[in-house]
Structure formats: C-alpha cells, structure tokens
Ligand binder design. Structure first.
Ligand code: NAD
Length: 273
C-alpha cells in the first residue's frame, strides 16, 4: 500500500510543471485531499477544474498563495489544518529561476526562505512533539546544488541551502522527537517551463561547455514525479535522492556525507552531530 493513501497533503508550486504532476499523482494514489499553493491563478484554477472533473470537488483545492509571504503561507496551512484537523505530507516544490542576480531577494525568498518557513509550519502541525501524528516533508533541490554553478550563482546557492537545511532538520535528533521525515530530492533537468525561460540559454551553454559528450537529457515530468512519490514511500529522514535522466530515484545520501567527510578530513576537522 502506498504511504500516500488517505493522506492530507500540501504541494507548493502545484499549478504547473513538476508540482502539478505531483498533485495529480498524489490523487491517483488515493490521497484523501491535496491543497496546491501557487501564484499562477490561471493555471491553478484550470488545474483545479480538471481535478474536480476527475476526482470530485472534495479532494483538491487551489489556494492562491505567494509562498514568500509569511502571512499568506501561514494562512494556507491553517486553512488546510482547520478543515481536516490533520496534515501528513508537504512537498516544497515551488521555485523561481533567474540568471538576473539583481533579483536575488526574490530568488532567496521563494527558493530558500519559503522552504524553511513551510518546513517549520509543517513540523509545528505534524510533529508528534507538538501534538501531531508525524508525517513527511519533501524539499525539492537540484543537481545544480552539488557543484559551483557560475551561470546561476544565486539559484544554485539557494538550492544547496535547501539541501543543508533539510538534511540538518531531518536528522535523527529532530526526527526521534517529531516523527516527521524531512527528505531532499535533487532533480536533473526536467522538461518544464522553468527551462524555457529566455535566461536559461546561459544554463544550457554552461552545461554543454562542461560536458564533453552531449547536452543533458531533459527528463519527462512524469519521471521526476514518480521518483518523488517513490522517495515519499521509502526515504529515511535526512536522506537525499537524485532523480535524473528518466531513471528511478537514487539514494545519494552517502555520496553527500562522504563529500563532506572528505573535506573535513582534509582540513583536519572533526564532524560532530
Ligand atoms: N525543471 C527542471 O529542470 C528542474 C531541475 C532541477 C530542479 N528543479 C526544481 O523543481 C521544482 C519545480 O520546478 P518546475 O521545473 O516544475 O518549474 P515551473 O516553473 O514549471 O513550476 C514552478 C511553479 O512554482 C510557482 N511559483 C513560483 N513562485 C511562487 C511563489 N512565490 N509562490 C507560489 N508559487 C510560486 C510557479 O507559478 C510555478 O507554477 C523547483 O523547485 C525547481 O527548482 C527543476
């Protein structure tokens, strides 16, 4: 049985791209209810109508919400919890990509600060230590977080911040009290609008310059979504997963930890917990 069954879920950035795929798949997998938060009103309302027709009016709701606005995000969480008196799964998927580093505040606010805020909201509601029943938070990062990224310094910085935050707040120290798994997925290039924006030409150039063979495969949205559902079903808290090239999710937790270990060893530092 899928862990998704009968669960009450929130997905940020759920009106389009990977987020919309996650919303639909959660419903197909018999989630009880999925609220999807997005600023894109037209896409959100359109998807909501499609979901009503397929699943009935009680299983999905579009909430127009700028996740970088703390009040709006808090109100969206309250709206869901007040109605269902529970929350089980939160997928922090919304992000913006811009090569205009002068837009740094927005990129940091949406990609990192809102992910932190949403995770903390989720822990407050779902944490066993806060009177909740435990649950799952999936934070969406990227393979670009795993190496310096000259063409997208701010975007990639926010995404490694997401990775560090998630792995730290998902650690056993917190999980043993909260029973809320915090998981990170690093997606490879995926065929969505985020890659169609004009500034993305830099990204492609950078990719091709750094690869001797060929441009990276843009995997299907379905592959990213299936990988994320797989991670929800089997990921341990604080684990990191790679989902790329239309392949199943790969657990890269030891690669990440090994990388940090090599660095600290070479510097003669000791890693504490
Ligand atoms: N597509 C890729 O190649 C790729 C690769 C690696 C990681 N990712 C990550 O996957 C996730 C999903 O991206 P996508 O490819 O589906 O992009 P997308 O642009 O298709 O979808 C992002 C969604 O987030 C919404 N959003 C943006 N700002 C928001 C805000 N302030 N409040 C609420 N919603 C907001 C957008 O309206 C949009 O619906 C992101 O975290 C992205 O960084 C994507």
């Amino acid at each position: 049985m899928s862990l998704v069954e009968e669960k009450v879920c929130i997905v940020t950035g759920g009106a389009a791209g990977v987020g919309a795929g996650i919303v639909k798949t959660l419903l197909w997998e018999n989630a009880r209810f999925v609220a999807f938060l997005d600023i894109a009103e037209r896409e959100g309302s359109f998807l909501e109508a499609e979901l009503f027709a397929k699943f009935g009016a009680l299983r999905a709701k579009f909430i127009k919400c700028d996740i970088s606005d703390e009040e709006q995000l808090g109100a969206a969480f309250r709206q869901v919890f007040d109605k269902y008196r529970r929350l089980d799964i939160v997928v922090n998927n919304a992000a913006v990509l811009s090569a205009d580093d002068h837009a740094y505040k927005k990129i940091v606010d949406v990609n990192f600060s809102a992910t932190v805020n949403s995770t903390l909201n989720a822990l407050d509601i779902m944490g066993v230590d806060k009177g909740g029943k435990g649950g799952t938070v999936v934070n969406v990062s990227t393979l670009l977080a795993l190496r310096p990224k000259p063409s997208l310094p701010v975007y990639s910085a926010t995404k490694i911040a997401v990775l560090q935050f998630s792995n730290s707040i998902g650690a056993e120290f917190y999980y043993s009290k909260s029973q809320v798994r915090v998981l990170t997925v690093c997606l490879g290039p995926t065929d969505t609008a985020i890659l169609q924006k004009p500034n993305i030409s830099n990204l492609d150039k950078d990719f091709t310059q750094n690869q001797t063979t060929q441009a990276p495969v843009r995997q299907r949205v379905e592959s990213a979504v299936n990988g994320i559902i797989e991670v929800i079903n089997k990921g341990e808290s604080s684990s990191t997963w790679m989902i790329a090239n239309d392949k199943p999710a790969v657990n890269i937790t030891q690669n990440i930890l090994g990388g940090f270990q090599t660095m600290t060893d070479s510097l003669g530092l000791t890693l504490d917990k």
